[in-house]
Ligand binder design. Structure first.
Ligand code: SF4
Ligand code: SF4
Length: 74
């Protein structure tokens, strides 16, 4: 299974490719307006993301993962 890293640093956000159903939950919950949904892709804008993790918990099918050491925690 492949992950696409959207953020580097203390915490990582990872997106499981080909699983997102584009419900928009993560986009709506992000307080930094850091998630964009376009052309059937989710983009996390690194410069805006504060690693608050709200998007992780908002995703109903656990497409967005947070980890501290390259290991999914959810
Ligand atoms: S971790 Fe927080 S700031 Fe970063 S993309 Fe997710 S909801 Fe937005
Ligand atoms: S909440 Fe999950 S399924 Fe919905 S758009 Fe975001 S990543 Fe995709």
């Amino acid at each position: 299974m492949q992950y696409r890293q959207a953020k580097t640093g203390k915490l990582l956000i990872e997106l499981l490719p080909n699983k997102c159903d584009f419900c928009g939950c993560c986009v709506g919950v992000c307080p930094e307006d850091a998630i964009e949904l376009k052309e059937a892709e989710i983009y996390i804008i690194d410069e805006r993301c504060t690693n608050c993790s709200k998007c992780v918990w908002s995703c109903p099918i656990e497409v967005i993962k947070f980890n501290k050491a390259g290991v999914p925690v959810r």
